[in-house]
Design a protein. Structure first.
Length: 111
């Protein structure tokens, strides 16, 4: 037997998340805070983000709002935690260098 569904449909997640966003200052919003407001944890939220039938889209939408909060705090404070949180949401700070027309950069060494 599978586990019981935590939410009946994606709209239920969105409605609960909206309550969290309305009652939590932007500077205090976080993935864990959101998960707690949804009566779950980060791991379960991430698993629902992989589900079909609109659940994945709903989780992406609410995570984008949290990402926005981290981004705004990062712009305001430049806080290392906000940078860390954004990296965990797929952001990167590496610099990519490409050759002509966007191709691979070839470095030739001379003796």
């Amino acid at each position: 037997m599978g586990r019981h569904a935590k939410w009946k449909n994606p709209q239920e997640i969105l409605d609960l998340a909206e309550i969290y966003f309305k009652n939590t200052e932007l500077k205090k919003q976080s993935i864990t805070g959101l998960a707690l407001a949804l009566h779950t944890n980060r791991e379960t939220l991430n698993e629902y983000g992989k589900k079909p039938d609109g659940f994945g889209d709903a989780v992406k939408e609410i995570k984008a709002r949290i990402e926005f909060a981290y981004e705004q705090r990062g712009l305001e404070r430049g806080n290392a935690f906000d940078i860390f949180a954004l990296k965990n949401l797929g952001w990167t700070d590496r610099q990519e260098i490409t050759g002509e027309n966007g191709g691979a950069l070839i470095v030739k060494w001379k003796k």
